[in-house]
Each structure stands twice: as structure tokens, then as C-alpha cells.
Design a protein around this ligand. Structure first.
Ligand code: ATP
Ligand code: PAF
Ligand code: BAL
Length: 282
């Protein structure tokens, strides 16, 4: 595996790899876990070569968020990726990604509004901007994202279609199902912030969501179920619930006569750590 940190070196390596077949990109912020490695394995199954990017993107963190605290463990991540047969690790510095005078931002309307977009103003502009840059830098044939960040995936798909980034966007952007711990908690780099006690309490998030989905399947009314869900999460030790909402899985619009498949989306905070999860209705 080659590790590159400059755009010049990246261009040389990606040209070389593309001559030997198709190239997949797996964008990450590092602190890798089985969720990320599942994306890498899926990418390896679809492409001749896999490039992984590790970049903790300052533009997607709000002023009071965890940019400084976000775990950075490049040496360990690099070993994990090497063992997975990754061909290229793209690990730019913030200065390489956003040189002095940088002034461009991408904003994706519609799907960015609501849910995490409401709680984290500017977050999806930061994600769209860096992912667009990553696509232009690496020029992959396909890219892989996790369904844990379902709204992020919807934003990236919309952007790729609107800006003709990957072709054909419907096939070139893969969504990979959520990888969970044995007790149901969605894997996330931020789980490392949890104390032993909070980690136990955190299992209430997916468990309460599954109960809510079962209640809806039995015909219980949506407002009551969402109220109960919020109450269950708080009773388990979470400090707050940012949102607990049903949305159309594709458009992310609130449920209505035109809704197709619905999905349950939750974000909740425990001891300063913000966890997200989503599940389809049964
Ligand atoms: N449990 C998971 N299952 C499937 N994909 C995942 C999982 N966790 C992360 N991913 C995906 O890995 C990619 C990189 O995510 P990122 O580096 O932000 O990790 P993360 O664990 O989601 O971290 P964070 O704690 O910041 O949410 C994203 O496409 C994300 O959706
Ligand atoms: C897609 C991404 C790598 C962009 O910084 C990030 O939002 C993430 O890790 O999900
Ligand atoms: N996994 C999404 C990146 C973020 O929370 O900033």
C-alpha cells in the first residue's frame, strides 16, 4: 500500500492504478473499525484497486463540536488497511485540502435540511464540499459510504447526480448496510468517547428503536410511538434526543401521501457524545 499526502503524489499513483483496472474510493475520517473495513471489503469485491482517504475535515465540524478531540490514529489505521489489501491511502493535511485563500463551498438543498442538517448547521455543506474534492482528486470509478450516515449518503448521491461527478451515479455510489456491535449498537468512531457505563446505556438506542418499529407494525399511532421512543432513550441514561423521526427513505421528506418506504432516524446525546442510528420500518 502506498501512502500519499500531496496532490502531486496522489495524481501519479491514481494514474498508475487506473491503468491497471477500476478504482474504488472509500472516504473516511480514520479511527477505523469493522464498519469501515466492511466498506473496504465491499469495495475490493467490486473494483480492481481500492483507495481509502483519511481526513478529519474541519469544514464539517461546528464551532462547538469535537474537531480537536476526534480520534486520530494514522499508524494503526494504515496497518489495518494494508492487511485488507488496500492499494492507496490518501491522507492529506488540512493545508493540502484547503490551501490559503480557499473560498468554495457546495450546498445541497432539500436532503440536507432537517435531521442532522438542523442540529449541525453547515455540516452537510462541509461534507459535500470535501467529498466533491475527494472525487475530483482521486477520480474513482465508484465510491463506498455507510448507511449509518444515511442522510450523508443521500446528500452525496444528490450532489453526484447534480454535478455529474461519478457515472452513472445511481450505480457508482454504493451504500453499505450498518455494521453493529454484538449488542446492536451501530459501530462508530465516536463510540470510543463512551465510558464503560455509557457504552452499556447506549445499547438502549437501537433496542428502543426496534421496539418502536414493532409497535408501529402492530398499528400504534406514530406520535405516541415517537414520544415513547424518546422517553425510553432518556430513561436509559441519555441526556437528550436531538430528533426521533420517520422520513421517506429516498427523499428524506416527512411522511405523506407520496411517501414510499419509511425509515426511523434518531440522534441522541449521552455524556456529550452524539450517536445516530436509522432503521427501516419492518
Ligand atoms: N457502523 C457502520 N456501518 C457501516 N458504515 C459505517 C459505520 N460506521 C461508519 N461507517 C461509514 O464509514 C464511512 C466513514 O465514516 P467515519 O470515518 O465518519 O466513521 P464513523 O464511525 O461514522 O465516525 P463518526 O463517529 O464520526 O460518525 C462513512 O461512509 C460512514 O457511513
Ligand atoms: C464522508 C466523510 C469522509 C467526509 O468527510 C465523512 O463525513 C465520514 O467519514 O462519514
Ligand atoms: N460520520 C459522519 C461524519 C461526522 O459526523 O462528522
Amino acid at each position: 500500500m502506498k501512502t500519499v499526502t500531496t496532490l502531486v503524489a496522489l495524481r501519479t499513483e491514481t494514474e498508475r492504478l487506473r491503468q491497471g483496472g477500476s478504482l474504488a474510493l472509500v472516504p473516511t475520517m480514520g479511527a477505523l473499525h469493522e464498519g469501515h473495513l466492511t466498506l473496504v471489503r465491499k469495495a475490493r469485491s467490486q473494483a480492481d484497486h481500492v483507495a481509502v482517504s483519511i481526513f478529519v475535515n474541519p469544514k464539517q465540524f461546528g464551532p462547538n463540536e469535537d474537531l480537536d478531540a476526534y480520534p486520530r490514529q494514522l499508524a494503526r489505521d494504515s496497518e489495518l488497511l494494508e492487511a485488507e489489501g488496500v492499494a492507496l491511502l490518501w491522507a492529506p493535511t488540512p493545508g493540502e485540502m484547503y490551501p490559503a485563500g480557499y473560498a468554495t463551498s457546495i450546498s445541497v438543498e432539500g436532503v440536507s435540511a432537517g435531521l442532522c442538517g438542523a442540529d449541525r448547521p453547515g455540516h452537510f455543506d462541509g461534507v459535500a464540499t470535501v467529498v466533491c474534492k475527494l472525487f475530483n482528486q482521486v477520480r474513482p470509478d465508484m465510491a463506498f459510504f455507510g448507511e449509518k450516515d444515511w442522510q450523508q449518503l443521500a446528500v452525496i448521491r444528490r450532489m453526484a447526480r447534480d454535478l455529474d461527478l461519478l457515472f452513472p451515479p445511481a450505480d457508482a455510489i454504493y451504500g453499505v448496510p450498518i455494521v453493529r456491535e454484538g449488542d446492536g449498537l451501530a459501530m462508530s468512531s465516536r463510540n470510543a468517547y463512551l465510558s464503560v457505563e455509557q457504552r452499556k446505556q447506549a445499547t438502549a438506542l437501537p433496542a428502543s428503536m426496534r421496539r418502536a418499529i414493532a409497535a408501529l407494525a402492530k398499528g400504534a399511532g406514530v406520535p405516541g410511538v415517537l414520544e415513547q421512543l424518546t422517553g425510553d432513550i432518556l430513561a436509559a441514561g441519555f441526556d437528550s434526543v436531538d430528533y426521533a423521526e420517520l422520513r421517506d427513505a429516498e427523499s428524506l421528506a416527512p411522511p405523506g401521501p407520496a411517501s414510499g418506504n419509511l425509515r426511523l432516524f434518531v440522534a441522541a446525546r449521552i455524556g456529550g457524545t452524539r450517536l445516530i442510528d436509522n432503521m427501516p420500518l419492518a
